[in-house]
Design a protein around this ligand. Structure first.
Ligand code: NDP
Length: 310
């Protein structure tokens, strides 16, 4: 039977994905129709990104699954018109990109690069940074991205604590969970990386109280999602020196408004949601594998638990 796959994402991506999906679906041995427009009641699978504009799945009466091109699914997980499985993106390229970005920004803080490289003020201060094993780094979220980043940091010798919802055992990483685990993880960490999803349970996970748990002068790196941080609390913590510096890639409102205090704050680095992105070549393989699984009645990869929101 012919499978109909609708591509509903940013139109500029279609010319990139069309040949890759065609190749992958052909390789999977499927008969298929692939395009950006079909009658909704003909569609079996939607390849989805929020900027494709699809909000109402009610007319998609024969839909078997929605396959997200994004790892973060906060904008669709609570869509009540969606009644079929939702798979999110776990992509090798996305993971490698995030690992490189996080390691780079941790090293910036660890080595004091701003002091010794960016500022060339003629003052000779021969204070070498400690070695990585003497630096406590914490990764909040030990999923596809958080675990890869935690492992990469541990492989460089950093003293890494990870925190997640459920208990984990990852060699070389102190894995904690639950509220006590969060307190313990934050209390010891000079550098905190946020790689949690945006859900009702993670909103404002960094707030006035939890920021105060950190050692004075700690640094925050947020490539997760904007709502993980209470912005007013972070600005207050930065202004009193409780937080030394923050590197923020994601925001409650994106693009970050030009008058937002983060832009002008001397101890904040803003990056424009570029920590990592889905890489079409590898992501198309993940999508095609999930269509193949759907047609073979095999379990989908990377299913979202919509009751948890991730
Ligand atoms: P995963 O779903 O694989 O991992 C999420 C992790 O967060 C899991 O370890 C999970 O715990 C943990 N978690 C979820 N809820 C809680 C909670 N209430 N308390 C403690 N831990 C919790 O996601 P990914 O690693 O693939 O991605 C993480 C996020 O990164 C995405 O949701 C997205 O928002 C962001 N992202 C940002 C990008 C960027 O360019 N800035 C690019 C791609 C993603 P457990 O393992 O126990 O379930």
């Amino acid at each position: 039977m012919t499978v109909t796959v609708l591509f509903s994402a940013r139109p500029a991506l279609w010319p990139v994905y069309e040949p890759l999906l065609t190749k992958g679906l052909t390789k999977a041995g499927l008969e298929f129709r692939l395009g950006t427009e079909f009658d909704p009641d003909q569609v079996d699978y939607v390849v989805y990104a929020p900027n494709g504009g699809l909000l109402d799945f009610t007319p998609y009466t024969r839909l078997k699954a929605v396959l997200s091109l994004w790892a973060g699914v906060e904008s669709i997980a609570d869509n009540e018109t969606l009644t079929v499985p939702l798979a999110r993106m776990v992509d090798h390229g996305l993971t490698q990109g995030m690992t490189e970005w996080v390691v780079g920004h941790v090293l910036r803080y660890h080595l004091g690069m701003d002091r010794h490289i960016t500022v060339q003020d003629g003052i000779w201060t021969p204070d070498a940074p400690p070695l990585a094993p003497e630096r406590q780094v914490c990764v909040l979220g030990l999923g596809a991205l958080g675990e890869a980043c935690a492992r990469a940091l541990a492989s460089l010798g950093f003293d890494v604590t990870g925190w997640s919802r459920t208990a984990k055992d990852i060699p070389g990483i102190t894995c904690l969970h639950g509220e006590d685990g969060q307190r313990a993880a934050l209390s010891r960490s000079e550098i905190v990386v946020l790689l949690l999803p945006d859900t009702p349970a993670t909103e404002h996970i960094l707030n006035a109280e939890t920021l105060d748990l950190l050692p004075k002068g700690a640094c925050i790196i947020n490539p997760g999602r904007g709502p993980l941080i209470d912005d007013d609390a972070l600005l207050a913590a930065l202004n009193k020196g409780q937080i030394g510096h923050a590197t923020l890639d994601v925001f409650r409102v994106e693009p970050l408004p030009a008058d937002h205090p983060y832009w002008a704050h001397p101890n904040v680095t803003v990056t424009p949601h570029i920590a990592s992105e889905t890489r079409p070549t590898t992501a198309a393989q993940v999508i095609c594998e999930n269509v193949r699984r759907g047609e073979a009645d095999e379990p989908f990869l990377h299913l979202v638990d919509r009751s948890l929101g991730y």
